[in-house]
Design a protein around this ligand. Structure first.
Ligand code: SAM
Ligand code: SF4
Ligand code: F3S
Length: 438
């Protein structure tokens, strides 16, 4: 039987990337072949993100293009925009055949079959959390590193954020399913695992005997898996960054020397308005405790600039905290009012021009921080997971450090897939150069 052509486009965070990879696996490589060309594909899937306003414009822009190429193809829209606005997508874009949500991706094969037979429109954006995981068949290896989802949803309700409306309440995945998936992927050579969730440190799973496993328990168990050499997680929330998690940084060297812990703002007044549930002094205390057990740990964050009522003084507090805590690679966003969130209707909204000005300033500061940290790394010995042969020079290998820098160095193929020690000798914007240590 001739395989059908499947085109899939993914926007948004790693959770969406992970879902898309599972959509491909669930649909089955026996029936579908991945295509790079939407115009030649039988099934077109768009896995959307709604965290910022532009996502909507982007979605309808792309659907407009697909309308022109649609012949007999089936157009499916999934992800966070789909679960947020559902049938409204169909109202604006008649060419859409299927709307599914982050918790119904496992329903896609049957939905596609039905639309193929009956030519009808289908929507299923129910919150069937944890059901989809039972249908996950495999994974897609990114070199020697692999993502794995451990918790869905978010209970925090930050006043600006749409995620609790799109992904629902927190539901932790069965610990044994997580371990099974990790064991399976290690057979394919995976050495590094990245545990995913909107709030990984809210992980809480009860077994049938009533024993409760929290995030630090999960981390400890994963650290016992011999073939897993490096553990990352994205994203953790400062509120629940417990002493038990910090203790693990002391116990296991498998936890990377980098932590992405979004602070969002340097001003307590803005953090209160954001309903982030921590203040700067608590955040600083967490970092202090972490640096006591891991003095060289690097710190990354998300920042939102131009939140409603953010004064110049608040903004300068954000700049100050970047220097004070010495942030490394971070993501900076201009506040984007999202429909249905509390912040959408807050007074003293900041105009776009001013938001862009603040965004640019923080972006430049972070760029300089990254360069500064690159400079500081020169002469240091870094643990590098070797991913492969450099594209530019066949005698060189490339790999990644704990703090997500790519390093190029002379080496040989036998190093691929191993974690080796590299002395950093220089850098070129975001890439480092180094040499092997005996
Ligand atoms: N759960 C994570 C946390 O709270 O740290 C963050 C997940 S969220 C999908 C990723 C980032 O998007 C947030 O940390 C925030 O900086 C940014 N973000 C979310 N909503 C936003 C909005 N309305 N405008 C601008 N940035 C936003
Ligand atoms: Fe959004 Fe806040 Fe939840 Fe993060 S913690 S996903 S920013 S509501
Ligand atoms: Fe976007 Fe949904 Fe992730 S809104 S950031 S794809 S959880």
């Amino acid at each position: 039987m001739k395989k059908k052509q499947l085109y899939i486009k993914t926007w948004g965070c790693q959770l969406n990337q992970y879902d898309s990879m599972n959509i491909i696996n669930i649909l089955g490589k026996e029936r579908y072949e991945l295509s790079k060309f939407p115009e030649k594909s039988d099934i077109l899937i768009l896995n959307t993100c709604s965290v910022r306003e532009k996502a909507y414009e982007k979605l309808f822009h792309l659907l407009g293009k697909w309308k022109n190429i649609k012949k007999k193809s089936i157009i499916c829209v999934g992800g966070c925009v789909a679960s947020h606005v559902g049938v409204l997508i169909k109202k604006r874009a008649k060419q859409v055949d299927i709307i599914f949500g982050p918790q119904t991706i496992h329903k896609l094969p049957n939905m596609i079959d039905e639309v193929e037979k009956k030519g009808n429109f289908l929507i299923n954006i129910k919150n069937l959390t944890n059901e989809k995981f039972k249908r996950f068949k495999g994974f897609q290896k990114k070199n020697f590193s692999s993502d794995i989802s451990i918790i869905e949803g978010c209970n925090q309700n930050c006043t600006y954020c749409v995620v609790p409306y799109t992904r629902g309440k927190e539901v932790s995945r069965n610990l044994f399913d997580i371990l099974k998936e990790i064991h399976m992927i290690t057979k394919f050579g995976v050495k590094e695992i990245n545990l995913l969730g909107q709030n990984v440190n809210s992980y809480r799973w009860k077994d049938k005997d009533g024993h409760i496993y929290l995030f630090h328990d999960l981390l400890r168990i994963v650290s016992y898996i011999k073939s897993i050499k490096r553990i990352r997680f994205t994203t953790s929330h400062p509120l629940k960054f417990t002493k038990n998690i910090i203790q693990l940084y002391k116990e296991t060297t498998k936890l990377v020397n980098f932590i992405h812990l979004p602070i969002q703002s340097g001003s307590d007044r803005i953090l209160r308005k954001m309903k982030r549930s921590y203040n700067i002094s608590k955040y600083k205390k967490t970092i202090k405790n972490l640096r006591e057990v891991r003095p060289n740990i690097m710190l990354g964050s998300d920042f939102i600039v131009g939140f409603p009522d953010e004064t110049e003084e608040d903004f300068h507090k954000t700049i100050k905290i970047i220097y004070e805590l010495d942030f490394d690679m971070s993501f900076i966003f201009a506040f984007s009012p999202r429909k249905g969130t509390v912040a959408e209707n807050m007074s003293n909204q900041i105009c776009e021009k001013e938001k862009r000005r603040r965004l640019h300033i923080i972006q430049e500061i972070i760029k300089k921080q990254v360069i500064k940290h690159n400079e500081n790394m020169i002469g240091s010995i870094q643990k590098v997971l070797v991913n492969g042969i450099s594209k530019k020079n066949i005698f060189k290998m490339y790999g990644t450090t704990d703090n997500n820098r790519t390093v190029n160095f002379y080496g040989d193929k036998r190093m691929i897939g191993r974690i080796i020690e590299i002395k950093i000798t220089g850098f070129n914007s975001y890439q480092l150069t180094g040499k092997t240590v005996n």
